[in-house]
Design a protein around this ligand. Structure first.
Ligand code: MV4
Length: 583
């Protein structure tokens, strides 16, 4: 199976393919030659030449790589070609299995107005407003009179918030209408727009669905993605703090009805708005695996990518609705390389230090290592940090712990921002956080909680430190201190050479006794000048809680004992010499 994507999601998919025993094919752009994802697949194909920014978007080149690799299927991941109906059709026409929904469902959901029409016909509640594109300002005004203000004008080809304009009162209709048209034209090459009633302070609640080719459709509960910045999700959680079992069953049924009406197959997401009074409206359907699918996996125990693959292979769903059990609470933080202090500007660059958190309930989906370059060509997401806990508060505290463990040096990230956000009373209370993400207060908190990870060789090299005595003055008082500074790489090389020479490897008749392992000397049984035989115990070294006797390798006189009880010894380190007694 070829994965037409990069970074963390490509690696995420390769993992499942390995578990399924399916061979994997990566594609990579020239900019991604040193990236991790090509190394994570069984084989990798360069897509080029051409602008690297576009590589993963050129369907022809992806198909050529698939033919060259003999791939039988293509998984698109998210973004790039994932919701391109023409590409999905081209894949199927090439006799290659598309790991995703039918192209007809992608097409239907790609048009927000056609989707609204189809959903309304299926009895799925839609946000009050137009189901056809609105062609004149007069029509906007007529809808305003009908459903009331405020209104919102949205691009018909849009989604994810691009080309959205608020109309607070009739006098704003013309500007909003024209501006939304221009943005639709600019972003989607489609200037058609439509109008909805604007809902105040809603929650973004989306429902995960799975549909197989045998007519089975189930839902896996909801995700709450209310906390966003400029329509970019920053944090997602499940269950939603605003959804109880009864509401879950209701919105779950709405999502299943929506998927059925779309003739859906594969994993998909119904995005909806939930108002404070409990009304739930269909907003759009994402016909792909989403970034935040992980939180659903954590509480259901279901591998959504595995389900996608099995569904595409014609298998029935691995479980029925009544078998779905939601356990605990999961939260995902998107760790982007962005600078909060400059208004979340992407901050591409090289990661000089990198250590991921782990431990109970922690999952990191990432596509980088120390030394990786975050390119300005693609999304600046470095990693997704996902935690699960028994309940929301447990998951929240666990996330704070994991954020604290995460070390990323060399570029600014959202680690500090997320620590501030998760500590904020509004998040603790499970509120909608309207305006919070953009607030000065949170930016200041984020700055205070941002730890500078020095780009040192501790993480890039061997992690060894060496002591250096120095003096510091604190408040005018002098202290003699020992600082532990990262050992430069050449120290290790020099040590190895010394040890090689000392142990006399390559030189016959060596008289050195060396420690075969790294450990701590417990006792030394000989003194300089002692006569020993081959096999006499020289010392005892403790390693991994086991005592190891180090014996003389020949008979002779002990000389140059260089260790004592309590000393640390490294593997290959000389302990003493046994000088042969002259005949
Ligand atoms: C809306 C809305 C209010 N009324 N539509 C659409 C894309 C998504 N990123 C946010 N969208 C919204 N559509 C109507 N008719 C408010 C938003 C919205 C939002 C919704 C829930 C949670 C956070 C939000 C942040 C910005 C905008």
């Amino acid at each position: 199976m070829l994965v037409a994507n990069r970074g963390e999601i490509a690696i995420r998919i390769f993992r499942t393919l390995r578990e399924l025993g399916i061979g994997s094919v990566a594609v990579y752009s020239e900019a991604d030659r040193d990236a991790v994802h090509p190394r994570a697949a069984d084989e990798a194909h360069l897509i080029g030449p051409g602008p690297a920014a576009e590589s993963y978007l050129v369907g022809e080149k992806i198909l050529a790589a698939a033919r060259q690799a003999g791939a039988e299927a293509i998984h698109p991941g998210y973004g790039f070609l994932a919701e391109n109906a023409a590409f999905a059709r081209a894949v199927e026409d090439a006799g290659i299995t598309w790991i995703g929904p039918p192209s007809s469902a992608i097409e239907l959901m790609g048009s927000k107005t056609e989707a609204r029409t189809a959903m309304q016909a299926a009895g799925v509640p839609i946000i009050p407003g137009a189901t056809e594109p609105v062609e004149t300002v007069a029509e906007v005004l007529r809808l305003g009179a009908e459903v009331g203000y405020p209104l919102i004008v949205k691009a018909a080809a849009g989604g994810g918030g691009k080309g959205m304009k608020l109309v607070a009162s009739p006098d704003e209709a013309e500007r909003a209408f024209e501006s939304a048209q221009r943005e639709g034209e600019k972003y989607f090459a489609d200037g058609r727009v439509y109008v909805e009633r604007y809902l105040e302070d809603p929650r973004h609640v989306e429902v995960q669905v799975l549909a197989d080719s045998h007519g089975n459709v189930i839902h896996l509960g909801e995700r709450d993605c209310t906390i966003q910045r400029r329509h970019q999700k920053l944090i997602e959680e499940t269950p939603s703090p605003a959804v109880d079992a009864e509401l879950r069953a209701r919105i779950g049924q709405i999502a299943v009805d929506a998927a059925r009406a779309a003739g859906y197959r594969s994993a998909g997401t119904i995005e909806g708005l939930l108002t404070a009074d409990g009304a739930y409206y269909f907003m759009e359907m994402n016909t792909r695996i989403q970034v935040e699918h992980t939180v659903t996996e954590e509480v259901t125990g279901i591998d959504l990518v595995r389900e996608q693959v099995l569904i595409a292979a014609g298998e029935p769903l691995s479980l029925r609705q009544e078998d779905v059990v939601l356990r605990g609470h999961a939260i995902e933080c998107r760790i982007n390389a962005e600078d909060v202090s400059s208004g979340f500007l992407p901050a591409p660059g090289r990661i000089t230090a990198y250590r991921e958190p782990s431990g109970p309930g922690v999952r990191v989906d990432s596509g980088v290592v120390a030394g990786s370059e975050i390119s300005g060509l693609y999304d600046p997401m470095v990693a997704k940090l996902i935690v699960r806990g028994v309940d929301r508060e447990h998951a929240r505290m666990r996330m704070l712990r994991a954020l604290d463990e995460f070390q990323i040096g060399g570029l600014p990230t959202l680690l500090g921002f997320h620590r501030a956000l998760l500590s904020h009373p509004e998040f603790v209370a499970g509120g909608t956080g309207h305006g919070l993400v953009e607030s000065e207060e949170l930016a200041a908190q984020a700055a205070a909680l941002t730890k500078e990870i020095v780009a040192d060789s501790n993480y890039l090299s061997n992690g060894r430190v060496r002591p250096r005595a120095t003096a510091v003055e604190v408040g005018g008082r002098r202290y003699e201190v020992t600082v532990l500074e990262p050992e430069p790489p050449w120290v290790e090389l020099a040590r190895r050479r010394r040890e090689r020479e000392a142990s006399g490897r390559g030189g016959a008749g060596s008289d050195s006794v060396v420690s075969p392992m790294q450990g701590t000397v417990l006792k030394v049984d000989v003194a300089e000048g002692d006569e020993v035989e081959a096999g006499t115990v020289i010392c005892v070294v403790e390693a991994m809680k086991m005592e190891n006797e180090i014996a003389a390798h020949r008979g002779g006189t002990v000389a140059d004992v260089s260790v004592g009880p309590g000393d640390a010894v490294s593997s290959g380190q000389v302990i003493c010499r046994v000088v042969a007694v002259k005949a």
